[in-house]
Design a protein around this ligand. Structure first.
Ligand code: SF4
Length: 560
């Protein structure tokens, strides 16, 4: 490393007031020039003896903090094409803005207003941008998902109360960005779970609603409302602490992530290695780097995520899944086939997809939809108004989605990948009943006590009865109105179902075909009521006129 005194000398010599040199003892330094709105990073270096000890993080923390204090919104730099530093800067969120000779010109956004250090800082994605120095460990998780009626992984878990990434389609904003938590959520204030409390829940030392589920070693869905491997994790490491515990317990897990850095970090790769019941879903919606950067702000590029998928697939035996969600017509539709092939080549064994739904009631969301419209080349708001039924939360019609569903299905079969649709529409096309992509295999003992499994049985056998799914509902014997983290909606609904257990509630939905979440309504008429059984419960028959799949045709379950 060239001596930092050399640069100091140079600063004095050039006499530039806007020259910044920061020296971290004798371990490393960075220097560059302050512009009006950006910082030109000329060099950053760490003495060999201090490398891989967190000095780089210290320097970058200082650099981002200095930029924020000075109102500098961007850091620009130059790095060798194809050198190790190129990967590092991309990983940090840098984008290529041009090229000079054998070098890339790059830029990284610095988000957070001058003087905003502390919890008021408005952080929008990216790494190293959180300015809280410590974290409160009082966030409450796990919870039961609101899709419990047709979900095979109803117990969902999040490490953090917020996500450092900034996807414009993110739906956790409708859960977390309202009411009392709104301000903290929008200002990216973050809390984490208490690892000790989680240990007690999973060792069954503490009895909770989840005890029967955990006692049977059923998989958890990790990463429903935030990414457990985001920038907050990089700073606070709570997920890593939990991962070590789950590894010791060999507990089955289904993860969702958009992260890339953890798959290059030895502390994490050591924990992932060899686990055969940890399935990692990598969320990618397009291969187009520019569109992805606009829609998924602060998230590693699609290429970086595919690279991460490749590493995970080699390292781990629990398999990698392409989470092609949300499928956005106008964005994903441009290259989804290439994306599936790229994921296959990176080692993914399954694809799970779900079409984008549009929240028409939120003014914040409307602003975000402008970004999606710009990428799609048409007004998505208008498109959804035209091609959805209902109002408020808009889901596209079956017809609009069918072409894509069929083509993905065909391609996955050709590539030998399992294929899953999380949309209630076309769920009958799934390879198995866990639409998150877990294989039908003893490693992942997911729930069969739900309507998705009923749909699979209905397709396989032509008809299905409640008793066939009731056999696996023992974990649902808790009061509906007290379900952890579950949104009980209106007081009217509360009054109606207050004294039911969750299992009773599912039975109510089963026997009321016109209820919004009944098997008949949910799956668009594919499961049609056809008489009652000896218990007085509705028998459903498979209606092949509603779908392109007929009973048993292409059924992966029985191999027919
Ligand atoms: S990674 Fe997931 S939780 Fe985080 S902002 Fe994106 S969609 Fe939301």
């Amino acid at each position: 490393m060239m001596d930092s005194a050399h640069y100091l000398q140079r600063a004095r010599y050039t006499g530039k007031e806007n020259f910044v040199l920061h020296i971290a003892g004798n371990m490393g330094f960075y220097y560059g020039i302050k512009g009006k709105s950006h910082f030109r990073l000329i060099a950053i270096a760490i003495r060999t003896a201090y490398q891989k000890q967190g000095v780089g993080k210290l320097l970058l923390d200082h650099l981002f903090s200095m930029c924020r204090k000075n109102g500098l919104s961007k850091i620009t730099l130059r790095t060798h094409k194809g050198g190790t530093a190129e990967g590092f800067w991309k990983h940090m969120g840098a984008e290529i803005t041009g090229q000079k000779e054998g070098d890339w010109e790059m830029a990284i956004a610095v988000i957070g207003a001058a003087g905003s250090e502390g919890t008021k800082c408005t952080i929008r994605g990216g790494l190293y941008q959180n300015v809280q120095s410590s974290i409160r460990k009082d966030y409450s998780s796990p919870r039961w998902t609101n899709e419990i009626a047709d979900c095979s992984l109803p117990m969902t878990f999040d490490t953090y109360s917020n996500c450092s990434f900034g996807c414009v389609y993110c739906f956790s904003q409708y859960q977390r960005g309202i009411g009392k938590t709104k301000e903290a959520y929008l200002n990216k204030v973050v809390r984490s779970v208490d690892p000790e409390k989680i240990r007690k829940i999973f060792t069954l030392e503490k009895e909770t609603q989840f005890t029967p589920w955990i006692a049977q070693r059923r998989p958890i869905q990790w990463g429903g409302l935030s990414d457990q491997f985001d920038g907050f994790e990089r700073k606070y490491g709570v997920t890593l602490e939990l991962l070590k515990m789950f590894r010791q317990m060999k507990y089955p897990i289904c993860f969702s992530t958009k992260s890339a850095w953890v798959f290059h970090d030895q502390r994490y790769t050591e924990v992932f290695e060899g686990m055969d019941n940890w399935n990692m879903k990598f969320s990618i919606i397009t291969l187009d780097e520019k569109m992805a950067a606009k829609i998924e702000q602060g998230v590693p590029s699609p290429k970086a995520r595919l690279e991460a998928m490749k590493i995970y697939s080699r390292l781990n035996k629990g398999e990698a899944t392409l989470r092609l969600r949300p499928f956005i017509i106008g964005v994903t539709s441009k290259d989804y086939k290439d994306l599936i092939v790229a994921a296959h080549d990176a080692g993914a064994t399954a694809v799970t997809t779900e079409f984008f739904c549009l929240e028409a009631r939120s003014p914040v969301a409307r602003k975000n939809y402008e970004i999606i419209s710009e990428c799609a080349g048409f007004d998505v708001f208008d498109f959804y108004k035209r091609y959805s039924s209902g109002s408020g939360y808009l889901r596209l019609n079956r017809k609009v989605k069918e072409k894509y569903i069929r083509e993905m299905d065909e391609l996955c079969k050709k590539l030998g990948m399992r294929y899953y649709v999380s949309d209630a529409h076309f769920k009958e096309t799934c390879t198995g009943s866990c639409c998150c992509g877990l294989p039908e295999d003893p490693r992942y003992n997911y729930s069969r006590g739900n309507f998705s499994y009923a749909l699979q049985l209905c397709r396989r056998n032509g008809e299905v009865r409640f008793s066939e799914i009731d056999a696996d509902m023992k974990h649902l014997n808790f009061p509906w109105a007290k379900a952890e983290g579950y949104n009980c909606n209106s007081t009217e609904k509360r009054a109606k179902f207050e004294y039911m257990t969750m299992r009773d509630y599912l039975r109510y939905l089963w026997n009321n075909p016109y209820a919004g979440q009944s098997p008949y309504t949910l799956f668009g008429g594919v499961m049609r009521p056809s008489g009652k059984d000896a218990n007085g419960d509705i028998i459903y028959r498979f209606d092949s006129s509603k779908t392109y799949i007929s009973p048993c045709e292409s059924c992966h379950l029985c191999g027919g």
